[in-house]
Design a protein around this ligand. Structure first.
Ligand code: FMN
Length: 379
């Protein structure tokens, strides 16, 4: 059984370390410049510290990015072996640590749980990723994880995220060597979760939460740390209802405090032919400036079967990588191109969000295949 290796090598390491007289202290020095720029070459020290426990070639991780949800103030951050290694050629069906999806792709247990939670709560989904992937081989990963834990190695993370807009954070992670995986320790070191509600969900071979709740509370003394549920690696496939229900209950319990801070969103009307759609505006400078321009009638051009656009709508911009576009999104491209999307898809482009049509049913038919006249008006 795979887990046995954890226990056996754990004892071995303890013996070896006590034989040396003192525990080594090879914490990787992590700072903003290295974690902000994942393309910068890591020092020999970093690679050495990261890979000293197993014989494999270090591989730079591929950026998995954030998937936006609808809630706005909820983040589901997860660490999972799947998003920190290459699963090419791995037999997902026989692995206790992987869930096979309908499309045949494999996902880690924590990743699967995080996706259910994000879908249930409308939270943004964020994979915590190390700069270097872990070995493909499971047992080697156990060796590396255990070595990092006992040597206090906190691996460099990539994809820094701005947490300021989140009030509630679901942290989803596996138990490694009875405790937090080293990358989770890195995450807690890199980010200040003060004032936020942090709901913890774990998956493991049987170690439950281990000592992780205490460790997270110690690392984040000014955050409200809440125990969610723990799911055994062998039960994840059947745990969807349980995970969703626990996540929803926590959201209900902690939602009132968040609702107090939420201001009612401003709405505008979007007239296309004889149909009128209502859109909620973002609470930002761009949306406010757009509202000032209304009423506005534009001849909007067709692009790619998913958007209508019009130039010469100059607005203040603060573009961000949006990840996923939803049908009904109204955005600014560059600083003068208004875009109304009528289909959903993933994108690597950056936009400034302006608003979103609350019920985009019928939008694609209303805008048709070619250019179309659209009137935007404040209520
Ligand atoms: C490096 C490593 C260490 C582990 N240590 C433990 C442990 O101490 N106790 C336990 O119950 N399971 C342990 N496991 C099993 C994982 O917690 C379990 O398979 C989990 O469901 C994996 O989630 P993931 O697929 O999202 O990575 C370990 C797995 C790995 C890779």
């Amino acid at each position: 059984m795979k887990l046995k290796k954890v226990f056996v090598t754990g004892i071995l390491t303890a013996v070896l370390l006590s034989g040396c007289g003192s525990q080594s202290n090879n914490t990787i020095s992590r700072n903003a410049s290295t974690s902000d720029d994942s393309s910068s070459p890591a020092s020999t020290d970093e690679i050495e510290n990261y890979t000293r426990y197993a014989d494999y070639t270090p591989v730079k991780a591929e950026d998995a990015g954030i998937t936006s949800g609808s809630a706005g103030n909820i983040l589901v951050a997860y660490f999972s072996r799947s998003s920190n290694t290459s699963l090419d050629g791995v037999d997902a069906v026989s692995s206790a640590s992987l869930q096979v999806q309908e499309d045949g792709t494999a996902e880690g247990n924590a990743q699967q749980m995080a996706e259910w939670i994000a879908d249930e709560t409308g939270g943004d989904l964020y994979p915590i990723q190390t700069m270097y992937t872990y070995p493909v081989d499971y047992d080697q990963t156990v060796d590396v994880g255990e070595g990092q834990d006992s040597d206090g190695v906190h691996p460099l993370l990539i994809n820094p995220i701005d947490l300021s807009s989140y009030d509630m954070i679901y942290l989803v992670y596996p138990i490694w060597h009875y405790t937090l995986p080293a990358p989770m320790v890195s995450f807690l070191e890199d980010y200040d979760l003060s004032g936020k509600t942090v709901c913890c969900f774990t998956t493991s071979g049987g170690s439950g939460f281990g000592d992780t709740i205490e460790k997270i509370q110690k690392a984040e003394p000014d955050a409200d740390i809440v125990e969610g549920i723990t799911v055994s690696q062998s039960s994840v496939a059947d745990a969807e209802a349980e995970v969703r229900s626990a996540a929803a209950d926590l959201q209900t319990s902690y939602a009132p405090a968040q609702e107090e801070n939420m201001t009612e969103k401003q709405t505008i009307q979007i007239q296309i032919g004889d149909q009128t759609f209502t859109a909620e505006l973002e609470d930002n400078e761009t949306a406010a400036a757009f509202r000032e321009k209304l009423p506005l009638t534009l001849q909007m051009q067709e692009l790619n079967g998913n958007e209508k656009y019009a130039y010469d709508v100059s607005l203040p911009s603060d573009a961000e990588s949006v990840g996923t576009i939803q049908a009904g999104d109204l955005m600014l491209y560059d600083d003068d191109c208004l875009v109304l999307f009528y289909d959903s898809f993933s994108t690597s482009y950056s936009y400034t969000k302006i608003g979103h049509i609350t019920d985009p049913d019928g939008l694609a038919d209303a805008v048709g295949n070619g250019s179309v006249q659209i009137t935007f008006s404040a209520e």
